[in-house]
Ligand binder design. Sequence first.
Ligand SMILES: Cc1cc2nc3c(=O)[nH]c(=O)nc-3n(C[C@H](O)[C@H](O)[C@H](O)COP(=O)(O)O)c2cc1C
Length: 228
Amino acid sequence: MKKLISIFLTMALTLSLAACGGTGAASAEPSAPDNNTTAQPDATADESSAPEQSAEPDAEPVETPDGEANRILIAYFSWSGNTEELAGMVQAETGGDLFAIEPETPYTDDYNALLDQAQQEQTDNARPALAAQVENWAQYDAVFVGYPNWWGDAPMVVLSFLESYDCTGKSIVPFCTSGGGGFGSSRDSVEASAVGAEMLEGFHVGGSGVSGAQSDVAAWIDGLALAQ
Ligand SMILES: Cc1cc2nc3c(=O)[nH]c(=O)nc-3n(C[C@H](O)[C@H](O)[C@H](O)COP(=O)(O)O)c2cc1C
């Protein structure tokens, strides 16, 4: 009988030890799945909650403060309408505010006389007086500046415009139409007049190509990654 009890106890002890060992092995094995399990739900939790959590903080700096301060202005000068049409496309893509740069004394309607006048202004490094000022300039963070190429440069009234504001900290985005001369040296002039601004990538199209430029305008503006 004692022998039977002893055998029974031995078996019970063996089984118990085996169970403990099994638990150890099981605890080692689950630790990996546990890690995985912990990682997966965490990852899942991250996927389900983190985007919302990270989207909100991201959205606030981008949408709230930038929605107020990071506004877009599209200021343009146009004599015969090409740059104005392009400015309209920029407006459609960005939702920014449009502003027409105009000299206090309008340019002549006579093309040949205008050629002379524009050349003379350039020779004089003139700064023609402006007809109007932008309201709430400070609210704009990015300013698109559009103009035609005049004698290989920006019309001087565009430089008048830029120099009449504090451009510090603003992003200036030039866009230009021309008869074939591209930007010429206008980007350098714009940069020199927009003191303290950061110049972003500009866009140029020939005057006769403006009406077909919408998709190129969209691609250019997408590449700028502006908030608005
Ligand atoms: C006074 C004047 C000077 C110009 N000079 C140039 C030039 O140097 N190079 C060029 O490619 N086009 C030149 N053009 C052509 C204009 O840049 C082009 O027609 C432009 O698209 C006009 O834009 P707008 O319709 O917005 O005024 C000149 C036009 C004018 C009126």
